[in-house]
Ligand binder design. Structure first.
Ligand code: MLT
Ligand code: ZN
Length: 463
């Protein structure tokens, strides 16, 4: 519990109704989507303006009070978890559409704007915001930027970083910085905007963002292919990406499909079951693209790579096929999964897949492993499911044991221990497999510049 004089000053900044101290609120705002940690913040504040955020940060500096920024709380690495009496600064109320410029095709919003609302606003203007993922109905743009969120269209559009053309931030020192101001071209020294993107709240708080919108993409078609074995998925990717303009290339295993079908009531794509499925989406403004997709499918079948396929005939069918992939993550939470979010360069995937598959089979003989992910980006989500009745601590300890070997394998392949979920608390122990000691030291030095009193999300990314 914070002393009264600090609580009073917080009230004088945000008012009584936006300072939350109830146990339920502390629980709700003190945690993200992970289940490993217990929420234990001392208070939650809900600022409505950038100036309020600045006053909160200045106060926190005076009293050496740690701040945990909180967005849509959909994170998967414990980056927004407050376990140790921190002050949670929830950006939910900074959720206004601030400016839209049709000529620049730029949109400025408060950090607390829900991703889907931003996407809808773009659509109403006849434009398109291309970053998309299953949690877009509850994730906030500020959180997406703080974690450089990826998602299901990275193969064509890249990560959140590619779409941020301006940021208004409050640094750990309480400075308000306006970074890049929506410019397409701006070669004026270090681009601090990009330091904040993916910084997971360790440098300051992202308060407003300007994103680039584009013309909506042409109509697209979705295909799900039953694939014979894991490594073959990469042959299928090579084949389809040579002939089509792909906007997604995802995969999931039979066990992922079985669970989504059983628990969400979705229909199986086709009768033949396959060890793995590839889901791809391609631009199909004309019949030529569909004919091309059918030819590529035939080639893959002749090679013995693909067992069966289904192709969407309508928008509804396309959406239903997407649900088979997008609903996996939420479906799996009931097994308290140990989540991996790893990547290597696409060109190294065929070899990496063989080795990672072997490592997993050796390491988790008693656990069910569910595979899915953005394989077209070289990104695998490998979820180990906790057997019913198995003690959580023991399960976690067993999984963690393998993480070091996985980390070394990733280091050998120059891969990443966190492709898109961020480091947070969950991956910081493994950061050194992907980043050198010199790099981590420099990251610490950069943090000291923006946050000399070490109040911004301490303990996240690195200690
Ligand atoms: C996904 O690709 O479904 C998300 O990153 C969530 C997850 O990995 O569970
Ligand atoms: Zn993902």
């Amino acid at each position: 519990m914070l002393p009264d004089h600090i609580l009073n000053q917080l009230v004088s900044i945000v008012g009584e109704s936006r300072l939350l101290l109830d146990a339920d609120d502390l629980q709700h705002f003190g945690i993200d989507r992970t289940t490993e940690w217990q929420a234990a913040p001392s208070a939650v504040v809900l600022p409505e303006t950038v100036q309020e955020v600045q006053s909160i940060v200045r106060l926190a500096n005076q009293h050496n009070l740690a701040i945990v920024p909180s967005g849509g709380r959909t994170g998967l690495s414990g980056g927004a978890v407050a376990t140790d009496g921190e002050l949670v600064v929830a950006l939910d109320r900074l959720n206004k559409i601030i400016d839209f410029n049709p000529l620049d095709r730029s949109l400025t919003v408060g950090a607390g704007t829900i991703t889907a609302q931003l996407q809808q606003f773009a659509e109403q203007q006849g434009l398109f915001y291309p970053v998309d993922f299953a949690s877009s109905g509850s994730s906030q743009i500020g959180g997406n930027i703080a974690t450089n969120a990826g998602g299901i269209k990275v193969i064509k559009y890249g990560m959140t970083r590619n779409w941020v053309i301006g940021l208004k931030v409050v640094t750990g020192t309480g400075e308000i910085l306006e970074l890049n101001k929506g410019l397409a071209k701006n070669n004026t020294g270090y681009d601090l905007r990009h330091l904040f993107i993916g910084s997971e709240g360790t440098l300051g708080l992202i308060c407003e963002a300007t994103v680039q919108l584009i013309q909506p993409p042409p109509e697209s078609t979705v295909m799900v292919l039953g694939v014979n074995d894991f490594a073959t998925i990469m042959d299928v990717l090579k084949c389809f990406s040579s002939g089509l303009d792909l906007s997604a290339f995802e995969f999931f295993s039979q066990s992922a499909l079985e669970k989504v079908v059983a628990y969400r009531g979705h229909a199986t794509p086709f009768q033949t079951s396959a060890p793995f499925y590839a889901l791809l989406e391609f631009a199909s403004a004309d019949q030529g693209a569909i004919d091309q997709a059918m030819q590529l499918f035939e080639h893959c079948t002749e090679q013995g790579w693909v067992l069966d396929a289904v192709i969407s005939q309508s928008l509804t069918q396309a959406k239903n096929l997407w649900k088979l992939r997008e609903d996996i993550s939420e479906t799996l939470w009931q097994w308290q999964p140990y989540k991996n979010d790893i990547s290597v360069r696409v060109s190294r995937m065929p070899d990496f897949i063989r080795e990672v598959d072997q490592l997993v089979a050796q390491s988790y003989p008693d656990f069910e492993v569910v595979w899915y992910g953005h394989i077209g980006d070289g990104n695998l989500h490998l979820n180990i499911l906790k057997p019913e009745g198995f003690p959580v601590d023991q399960f976690h300890a067993n999984c963690v044991n393998v993480s070091a070997e996985m980390g070394q394998l990733l280091a050998d392949y120059e891969g990443s221990v966190s492709a898109e979920h961020g480091v947070g608390l969950l991956k910081k122990e493994y950061l050194h497999y992907s980043r050198s000691a010199a790099e981590i030291d420099m990251m610490r030095s950069i943090k000291r510049v923006f946050d000399p009193n070490h109040i911004m999300n301490p303990g996240k990314v690195f200690d």
